[in-house]
Design a protein around this ligand. Structure first.
Ligand SMILES: C[S@@+](CC[C@H](N)C(=O)[O-])C[C@H]1O[C@@H](n2cnc3c(N)ncnc32)[C@H](O)[C@@H]1O
Length: 306
C-alpha cells in the first residue's frame, strides 16, 4: 500500500532532499568533535536562508530529551563517515575520489593533504552552497584550497552529468577511481538505485582504469526501522523531503543488487570504527548502545568487474 502522507517524487525533484545535508551538518556540529563540523555549520547558517536551516538541528535535540535512543542516529551518521574514510585510506593515493551527494561533508577538506584528486559533487544548488561554505571555512582557518580538490555539479541519476565529469577530469581513462556516497540511497526507490548503480558502472567502463564503489547507504529495512524512534525519524524525514524512503530487505539482497550490475562486493559491519567515534562523550547513550547502533549497518566496497 503506498503511504498517502508521502507524495511520490517527480522527475528532477531531488533538490527536496538537499535540506537533509544541513540537518546532518547541524548534528555533527552539536554532537560530535568531527573535523570542521562547527565551522561548516556556522558558515552554512550565514549563507543559506533560515528556511533551509531553522529547526533542522533541533528535531533530534528535542527528541533526545525524552528518547535518548534517538541519538543512535548521530552515532550512525558519524560512523558512516569514518568507515568510508577508513576504506578510502586503505585504497591509498593511487585512486582519485569522486564523492557524490557530498552535501556539507568535510571529507574534501580532510583529503586536501592527499596527493590524489578529490572531486566533490552534488546537485547544482547544493554544490554551489558547499563551495561558498568551504571558501568561508578556508578563509577563517587561513588555509588555501588544495589544487587537487574540485567541485562539480552532478545529478547522480543523469548519465550526461557523469559524462561531463568524465570528460573534465578522467578523459584519458587511465585513472583508478573510487566513487563514494553516504546519506543518498535511502531517498532513492529501487529503480533509482539501479539507475545509480548502472550509471556508476558505465562511468567506470568509460573513464576508469579500475573502479571501486564505497558506500554505507544500503542498510537493510529491518535495521533502518528497528525501533519506534527510528520509524518516527524516518517518517519525519519522509515528510520533510516529500520522498518515500526505500531500503533493501537484507544483506543478501544488496549483494545480489551489486552482482547484477557487474560489481563484486564485500562488506563490514560498522562496529570496526567504534574506537574512533567522538559522539560518545556528547550523546546520552552508553558505549554498548553505541556499539550496537554501529553494528546494525554495513559499509560496502564493490569492485567493478566488467
Ligand atoms: C542526507 S544528505 C547527505 C549529505 C552528505 N553526504 C553527508 O553525509 O553529510 C543527502 C544529499 O543527497 C543529495 N542528492 C539528492 N538527490 C541527489 C541526486 N539525484 N544526485 C546527487 N545528489 C543528490 C542532496 O542534495 C544532499 O546533499
Amino acid at each position: 500500500m503506498p503511504d498517502k502522507t508521502v507524495p511520490q517524487k517527480v522527475t528532477a525533484d531531488y533538490a527536496k532532499i538537499s535540506p537533509t545535508a544541513v540537518l546532518v551538518s547541524a548534528l555533527r556540529a552539536k554532537y560530535t568533535n568531527m573535523p570542521y563540523a562547527r565551522e561548516i555549520y556556522r558558515a552554512v547558517k550565514q549563507i543559506t536562508t533560515p528556511l533551509l536551516y531553522t529547526g533542522t538541528g533541533s528535531i533530534l535535540s528535542r527528541l533526545a530529551r525524552f528518547a535518548p535512543q534517538s541519538m543512535s542516529r548521530v552515532a550512525f551518521i558519524e560512523s558512516r563517515y569514518l568507515s568510508v574514510n577508513t576504506l578510502l585510506r586503505n585504497l591509498g593515493d593511487s585512486y582519485a575520489v569522486v564523492e557524490i551527494a557530498a552535501g556539507l561533508s568535510a571529507r574534501g577538506l580532510e583529503w586536501a593533504g592527499s596527493k590524489s584528486l578529490y572531486v566533490e559533487t552534488d546537485l547544482p544548488d547544493m554544490i554551489s552552497i558547499k563551495q561558498q561554505v568551504f571558501d568561508k571555512v578556508l578563509h577563517e582557518k587561513g588555509i588555501t584550497q588544495s589544487r587537487n580538490h574540485h567541485f562539480c555539479p552532478l545529478n547522480a541519476l543523469d548519465f550526461s552529468d557523469w559524462d561531463r565529469l568524465g570528460q573534465r577530469f578522467f578523459s584519458d581513462g587511465k585513472t583508478n577511481i573510487a566513487v563514494v556516497h553516504e546519506g543518498l540511497a535511502s531517498y532513492l526507490s529501487r529503480a533509482e538505485k539501479e539507475k545509480l548503480r548502472d550509471n556508476i558502472g558505465r562511468f567506470f567502463r568509460k573513464y576508469a582504469s579500475k573502479g571501486t564503489w564505497i558506500t554505507p547507504d544500503f542498510y537493510p529495512y529491518e535495521n533502518a526501522r528497528k525501533t519506534w524512534i527510528l520509524r518516527l525519524i524516518q517518517r519525519r524525514l519522509e515528510r520533510k523531503t516529500r520522498t518515500k524512503m526505500h531500503h533493501f530487505v537484507n544483506r543478501d539482497e544488496v549483494m545480489e543488487f551489486f552482482k547484477l550490475g557487474e560489481f563484486q562486493a564485500s562488506s563490514r559491519d560498522g562496529s570496526f570504527i567504534f574506537d574512533q567515534v567522538t559522539c560518545i562523550s556528547k550523546v546520552p547513550l552508553n558505549r554498548e548502545k553505541i556499539r550496537q547502533a554501529l553494528s546494525r549497518y554495513q559499509v560496502y566496497q564493490a569492485e567493478y568487474t566488467a
